[in-house]
Ligand binder design. Structure first.
Ligand code: F0G
Length: 459
């Protein structure tokens, strides 16, 4: 085993939340009642909740103290100004529009910049991001390197853009059809994989030549910065704060789901350098989210976010956060279980197509695996495969992604190393009886973002 420098948590525990323990029989009943969709489980029936790292963080004592300093004035809350300062100082973007969460910001930027028939290249899709682009009349194009679609590739920066793919799109459609390139740090659907500064700089040069903006999905930017520090030549001695700033400085604006990196249970924002775009966003936010100084958030939420942003770039925090994910991932690698490698920043992604090769993709191997994981020990994971990919709006057919994954997403500052051990043991048990597991059929399918509410039955 490779040696590790300890990532022990830079905090101690002041309060605990008690968990309900369930029996196998109770869990079988619960998952059947949930249509074999882990999104439809009641959280009190879950022992270890790895559905998402979104909004599930434990806040610090300082953030909780900040909640008490909430200024709930309708307009001009002091917490808004604190948040604006935190965003400007940490990320460098000039203008801030708070939103209730990331998709609120995606909605605004897509509405403002995308015209019908436009093309939006991105380093892999994200569910809500792509849907907002499509609803605004645009089409998403994947420009991530091929390695990102290969769970076994050990490329250190699987979030990188394939510059040839991007150049080809610009040649084919013309720069005027491309309102912006969407760059995510880290790339969620690829398994929490980072983009390198070097690659981002090349994307910047290429887009600048054509007058194309870069809009940064900065949901997990501190985690991306950590990987750059660990892996990219010349960055070992640079602070996370400095690398985060370097990333942001290469882009023109950003959408943020503060429910991840920024350690809050709710919140997000759109940040911009361009006054005209900002002005339009500030007009539109009033229609969809709330006044431009609260964007759908309470004052106390903005205060917790301002504090969380600063905590998120602390070296010890980010080392422990990513270290815990790596600890779990390494146990699974050692047990011979196929996972996406290198281990990502916010979770461990099981390769369901390798684990359940006897289940065809239209019988939802990842969805099936997630249901069995829940039944085994009450661990709730999330499908990130054909169900999440949805249907092609033109053909109406399933989109068959190359990655058919189950995501074990680790909330920040919530679970212990012993929890990681229990998770690894449960995955191994399910893996050992994988040949007996049968696929599923979809019996209810919503129109948008179907993975949230679809229902299934075993075949
Ligand atoms: N971008 C990325 C990369 C995300 O991971 C998410 C959310 C969003 C945008 C949307 O933000 O939820 O605040 O509206 N990801 C969550 C997840 C839901 O579980 O991966 P939101």
């Amino acid at each position: 085993m490779k040696s590790r420098s300890s990532w022990a948590e830079p905090y101690k525990i002041k309060m605990v939340e008690l968990l309900k323990m369930t029996t196998l029989q109770q869990r079988k009943k619960a998952i059947a009642a949930a249509g074999y969709n882990t999104f439809l489980l009641k959280s009190e029936d879950v022992y270890i909740d790895l559905l998402t790292d979104s909004g599930t963080s434990a806040m610090s004592d300082i953030q909780w103290a900040g909640m008490m300093r909430g200024d709930e004035a309708y307009a001009g809350s002091r917490n808004y100004y604190n948040l604006e300062k935190a965003v400007k100082e940490t990320y460098g973007y000039a203008y801030l529009v708070p939103t209730h969460q990331g998709r609120g910001a995606e909605h605004l930027i897509s509405t403002i910049l995308i015209k019908k028939g436009d093309i939006i290249p991105g380093n892999m899709y994200f569910t809500t991001t792509r849907l907002h682009q499509e609803l605004a009349g645009g089409q998403f194009r994947d420009i991530i390197i091929d390695e990102a679609h290969d769970p076994a590739s050990l490329h250190p920066f699987k979030g990188n853009v394939d510059l040839e793919k991007l150049e080809k799109l610009i040649r084919q459609h013309g720069a005027e059809k491309i309102p912006y390139v969407c760059i995510a740090t880290t790339v969620n659907m690829a398994g929490g994989q980072p983009i390198s500064i070097d690659n981002l700089r090349q994307v910047r040069e290429l887009t600048a030549r054509h007058g194309i903006r870069i809009i940064h999905d900065m949901t997990r930017v501190a985690e991306n910065a950590y990987f750059i520090q660990q892996r990219e030549p010349g960055y070992k001695r640079k602070s996370i704060a400095r690398i985060v700033r370097e990333i942001c400085d290469l882009t023109d604006g950003a959408t943020m789901s503060a429910k991840k990196d920024a350690l809050v249970n709710i919140g997000g924002f759109l940040a911009l350098n361009d006054w005209d775009v900002f002005e339009e966003a500030r007009n539109l936010v009033v229609v969809y989210e709330g006044l431009h100084t609260y964007g759908g958030l309470a004052g106390r939420d903005m205060e917790a976010m301002a504090i969380g942003i600063r905590e998120s770039i602390d070296q010890n925090h980010i080392h422990a956060r990513v270290g815990q994910v790596e600890y779990l991932g390494q146990q699974l690698i050692d047990a011979g279980i196929p996972i996406v490698q290198p281990i990502g920043s916010h979770g461990v992604f099981l390769d369901a197509s390798q684990i359940l090769p006897h289940i065809p993709q239209d019988q939802f191997p990842a969805q099936t695996l997630a249901a069995h994981l829940y039944m085994d020990a009450g661990i709730r994971a999330m499908e990130r495969g054909v169900v999440s990919a949805g249907r092609d709006p033109k053909t109406g057919k399933h989109r068959y992604p190359k990655l058919e994954l189950v995501r074990l997403t680790i909330p920040r500052r919530v679970y212990t190393q012993a929890h990681m051990d229990v998770i690894a043991e449960s995955v191994m048990r399910v893996y050992n009886r994988r040949s007996q597991i049968k696929g599923m059929k979809m019996v209810y399918e919503p129109t948008y973002l179907r993975f949230f509410q679809a229902r299934f039955e075993p075949v």
